[in-house]
Design a binder for this molecule. Structure first.
Ligand SMILES: NC(=O)c1ccc[n+]([C@@H]2O[C@H](COP(=O)([O-])OP(=O)(O)OC[C@H]3O[C@@H](n4cnc5c(N)ncnc54)[C@H](O)[C@@H]3O)[C@@H](O)[C@H]2O)c1
Ligand SMILES: [Zn+2]
Length: 409
C-alpha cells in the first residue's frame, strides 16, 4: 500500500522594507497559508517578522490580554526580539485596559519536563494572572515549548487563542505547523495531546542566531528530509549551499525555512490527522524513533537519530528496489555532511525491530516505512520483508559510516 506526494506547495509573499544604516534592504516576508479543520492560519516567515509581532497579532482580532509562555533559556535568547507592546495592543480594548499587560510565564523546556505537571503549572499561572477566554497565549520556544504550551492553550478554559513563535530550526520548519500539541507519559512520548491549531505562526530566522550548533544541525536533518520527500530542487540547493547554511547565512535561511514551512503546510492542509499524505513526513523516522527508544532518548538529539534513519531508509529503499542507487548515494552523502553523529548503538536488529513495532505509528502490528522512489518523492510501504530489514540493520551501520571514510592507499 502506498500514498504518493506530488503537488505544489505555494506561498504568497509580501515585501517589508528595512533600514540598515544607509542601505535599504528589501526583505521578503512570506505568508504561507495553512488549512485546518478549525479554520485557516498563516505562517509568517522572514527576517524581522518578530519586530512586527504586535501588528500581526492585532490582525487576528481583539484579545483581553497576551500571555507569553516560554522557557528561561528560550526567553533569554529571543525575548529581546519580541516587542513589549502587546500590553498597549490589548489595552486599547476599553474595559480590558487594566488587564491588558503582557505577562510572561516561564517553565523548564527539558524533554523530561514535557509532562502534565508542566501543563498544570502553565494553566495555573494563566489563571493566577487572570487570563480569560479572550486571552491569547504566545508560545515562544522550540518544539518542546510549542507542544506543551499549545496543549495548555487547547485545554485552558476549553481553549484560548494560540500563536507560535518558533525559536529552533526544527520548530520553524516542522513542529509549529500542523496543530499537534501534547506531552509525554512515563509510558511513552507524546501519548497525551490534542490537535489544536495556532491562529498564526511568526517565524523569524533571527531567533536562530543563539541556537546551539547541535540543535541547528539537528533541524537541518529535517530540512534534508523535506528535500527527499517532496522537493528535488530544495535537496539540490542544500547540496550546493551546505557550507553557507551551516554558517546560518541569511540568504540561505531565507530560502530554506519558508520552503520547508510551505511543504509542511501543504501536507498538513491536505491531511491534518495523518491518515494518508502526512505519513511521508515520517521519512527516516521509523528507524530514528527506534534508535532514540533503544538509547532511552539520552544519546541522540532528535535530528541526529533522523539523520541515521534517513540513511537507513535510503539503504532499505535501495535494497527493496525502490530507491535508485544514485539517489540513495546522494541522500547518504548529503546527510553525512551534517557532521559527526553519535555512533549507531550496539543494539541488535531484533531489539531495533521490537522498538519499531511498539512505535505508536505502527498500525495493526505492521511495520511501515516511508521510502523514496527518487529524490523529491516519497511513499509509505507496509510490504517490506523482515529479512531485507534485518539485512539493512545488520550491514547498514558500517556501510553508512564508511561512506566518507578516506580511502586507504
Ligand atoms: N508538534 C509537532 O508536530 C512536533 C514535530 C516534531 C517535534 N516535536 C517535538 O518538539 C520537541 C523538540 O523540539 P526542538 O528540537 O525544537 O527542541 P527543544 O524545544 O527541546 O529545544 C532545544 C534546546 O534549545 C533551546 N533553545 C530554543 N530556542 C533557542 C534559541 N533561539 N537560542 C538558544 N537556545 C534555544 C531550548 O531551551 C532547549 O534547551 C520534542 O518534544 C518533539 O516531540 C513536535
Ligand atoms: Zn522529526
Amino acid at each position: 500500500m502506498f500514498i504518493e506526494a506530488r503537488a505544489h506547495a505555494g506561498a504568497a509573499s509580501v515585501c517589508y522594507i528595512q533600514n540598515v544604516g544607509s542601505i535599504v534592504l528589501y526583505m521578503k516576508t512570506k505568508r504561507i497559508p495553512v488549512r485546518s479543520a478549525t479554520g485557516k492560519y498563516s505562517v509568517v516567515c522572514g527576517h524581522g517578522v518578530l519586530r512586527d509581532a504586535a501588528r500581526e497579532i492585532s490582525r487576528l482580532g481583539d484579545f483581553s490580554s497576551v500571555h507569553v509562555v516560554s522557557s528561561p533559556k528560550a526567553w533569554r535568547a529571543v525575548g529581546k526580539l519580541i516587542p513589549a507592546n502587546f500590553g498597549s495592543l490589548a489595552a486599547t480594548k476599553g474595559a480590558a485596559a487594566k488587564r491588558g499587560m503582557t505577562k510572561v510565564h516561564l517553565f523548564d523546556d527539558a524533554e523530561s519536563a514535557k509532562t502534565l505537571k508542566s501543563v498544570e503549572h502553565i494553566v495555573r499561572s494563566l489563571s493566577g494572572a487572570g487570563a480569560d477566554r479572550q486571552a491569547l497565549l504566545l508560545a515562544v520556544g522550540g518544539g518542546m515549548v510549542g507542544d506543551v504550551a499549545g496543549f495548555a492553550a487547547a485545554t485552558y478554559l476549553r481553549g484560548i487563542a494560540l500563536a507560535h513563535v518558533p525559536t529552533t530550526l526544527l520548530a520553524q520548519v516542522d513542529s509549529a505547523i500542523g496543530g499537534k500539541t501534547g506531552v509525554n507519559l512515563p509510558e511513552g512520548k507524546n501519548l497525551v495531546g490534542a490537535f489544536y491549531s495556532p491562529r498564526v505562526v511568526l517565524s523569524d530566522p533571527r531567533a536562530l542566531r543563539t541556537l546551539p550548533e547541535r540543535e541547528f544541525r539537528g533541524g537541518l536533518a529535517e530540512v534534508i528530509k523535506y528535500g527527499v520527500i517532496f522537493d528535488a530542487k530544495l535537496f539540490a540547493y542544500v547540496e550546493t549551499h551546505m557550507e553557507k547554511i551551516v554558517l546560518r547565512d541569511e540568504a540561505a535561511l531565507a530560502y530554506i525555512i519558508p520552503r520547508c514551512a510551505a511543504i509542511k503546510a501543504h501536507v498538513v492542509s491536505r491531511d491534518e490527522h495523518e491518515s494518508g499524505l502526512r505519513e511521508i513526513l515520517n521519512f527516516g523516522h521509523t528507524f530514528g524513533h527506534a534508535l532514540e527508544s533503544v538509547t532511552n532518548y539520552r544519546v541522540f538529539q532528535h535530528g541526529e537519530a533522523i539523520a541515521w534513519g534517513m540513511m537507513a531508509a535510503a539503504l532499505l529503499g535501495h535494497a527493496a528496489g525502490i530507491t535508485p542507487e544514485r539517489d540513495a548515494a546522494r541522500i547518504i552523502s548529503l546527510t553525512r555532511r551534517l557532521g559527526a553523529l553519535p555512533p549507531w548503538p550496539k543494539a541488535t536488529a531484533a531489539q531495533l525491530i521490537s522498538a519499531m513495532r511498539s512505535d505508536k505509528k505502527t498500525r495493526e502490528g505492521k511495520l511501515r516505512f516511508v521510502l523514496s522512489p527518487g529524490i523529491g518523492k516519497a511513499r509509505s510501504y507496509d510490504t517490506i520483508s523482515l529479512e531485507l530489514l534485518e539485512r539493512v540493520l545488520h550491514f547498514g551501520p558500517q556501510l553508512m559510516s564508511a561512506v566518507h571514510a578516506p580511502a586507504k592507499i
